[in-house]
Design a protein around this ligand. Structure first.
Ligand code: ADP
Ligand code: MG
Length: 347
């Protein structure tokens, strides 16, 4: 008979809360369902509670209250090793003196699994990430991408259902970081596992995630696919944090307008719109980024607005610092924020 119930969430957090001793609430009653087989990114500024959330899922941090379910099984009180999760650490954290094979087999060795068995399992996993032929190399003899695959194989040796990654790419140089994130995405799809990846980089989250979870002060501000979050930020915080938006106070209230949705005209053309002065011009290749100051303050921030013009548009009508302009946007490009549902704070 067909099972009428949908696939269980890989991870479900129910009113998950962490209060550190003498500290404020690091994670504040978080509710979240993460679909099985998806790539989920927890995104937010430093200190918003991403790592604490991840460590509670991993079992490396106790919970203050709330529950954690893994495929409908309550794992809140289980030791880390019995949860069905595995953690991949920043910069891979491989043992430099061990071969790739011994790095992967390490946790089985700790569990007392005999050498032949643990080496066979480690070799199988290295084959799965196309590293079988380099099993005898030490980390120092491998490229960054190869090291990441060894780290992945090592995390997979315990046969986790969910892989947890805390800022795995943030110590890498920008070029390698972009290469490595494409690899992570590839292996997540290839292995069909659920990944939960913590990052403070909007760009990284947008590149990787099926689902982005934007956090602020221990709470979730928005959950959605990257395009949804980018195009329909749920709050002023999300719009500002995601970048690429101007939050402006209009007569109707605050709106977010993407910086590539704003049109500029030189003031002398008499075009209607908000008067502003160009403050800086940055060439960025396909786009030119202009910083502007509104002449009549709109009451937000420091009255600065950013505008991205396609290079060709800018070449047709260039601007320099000091130019008086008028800026406008189509009404449907002004995104209003949904009303905030005020959840009463727990006493
Ligand atoms: P993020 O990973 O988003 O940068 P964290 O989860 O590490 O944030 O931290 C969330 C909040 O909890 C911060 O205010 C941080 O200072 C605090 N915090 C984190 N770990 C501890 C700890 N072990 N003891 C006390 N406070 C902590
Ligand atoms: Mg962190």
């Amino acid at each position: 008979m067909d099972d009428p119930t949908p696939t269980p969430a890989a991870i479900e957090l129910i009113a998950l809360t962490k209060r550190y001793a003498q500290g404020s609430v690091a994670v504040d009653s978080v509710n979240l369902r993460i679909a099985s087989g998806s790539y989920c990114c927890l995104l937010g500024p430093s200190g918003c509670g991403k790592s604490t959330t991840l460590r509670m899922i991993a079992g490396h941090e106790s919970t203050t209250s709330g529950d954690i379910l893994l495929e409908n099984r309550n794992i809140t009180a289980l030791p880390a090793a019995d949860r069905g999760t595995a953690m991949m650490f920043q910069s891979f954290a491989l043992f430099p003196h061990l071969t790739a094979l011994d790095n992967v087999a390490f946790s089985l060795k700790m569990k007392g699994v005999d050498k032949a068995t643990r080496h066979r399992q480690a070799q199988d996993l290295l084959e799965r990430v196309a590293m079988g032929h380099l099993a005898q190399r030490k980390p120092g003899e491998l490229s960054g991408g190869q090291q990441q695959r060894v780290a992945l194989a090592r995390a997979l040796i315990t046969q986790p259902r969910v892989l947890l990654l805390d800022e795995p790419l943030s110590a890498l140089d920008p070029f390698l970081r972009i290469q490595m994130r494409a690899e992570l995405r590839h292996w997540q799809r290839e292995l069909g596992l659920t990944f939960i990846h913590v990052t403070h980089s909007q760009e990284e989250a947008m590149a990787l995630a099926d689902t982005m979870v934007v956090m602020n002060h221990g709470r979730i501000e928005q959950v959605g696919a990257p395009r949804e979050v980018y195009n329909r930020p749920a709050s002023e915080f999300v719009a500002r944090f995601m970048g690429g938006h101007n939050v402006l106070a209009t007569t109707q209230g605050k709106v977010a307008v993407r910086n590539d949705h704003i049109q500029l005209a030189p003031a002398h053309t008499g075009a209607s719109g908000w008067p502003a002065t160009v403050s800086d011009v940055e060439y960025q290749g396909t786009y030119v980024l202009l910083g502007l100051k509104l002449s009549a303050g709109d009451g937000t921030d420091d009255n600065s607005v950013s505008v991205m013009l396609p290079e060709a548009t800018f070449v047709q009508q260039p601007y320099s610092p000091g130019d008086a302009v008028s800026l406008s946007w189509a009404p449907w490009q002004a995104h209003t924020f949904p009303p905030v549902l005020d959840v009463p704070a727990a006493a």
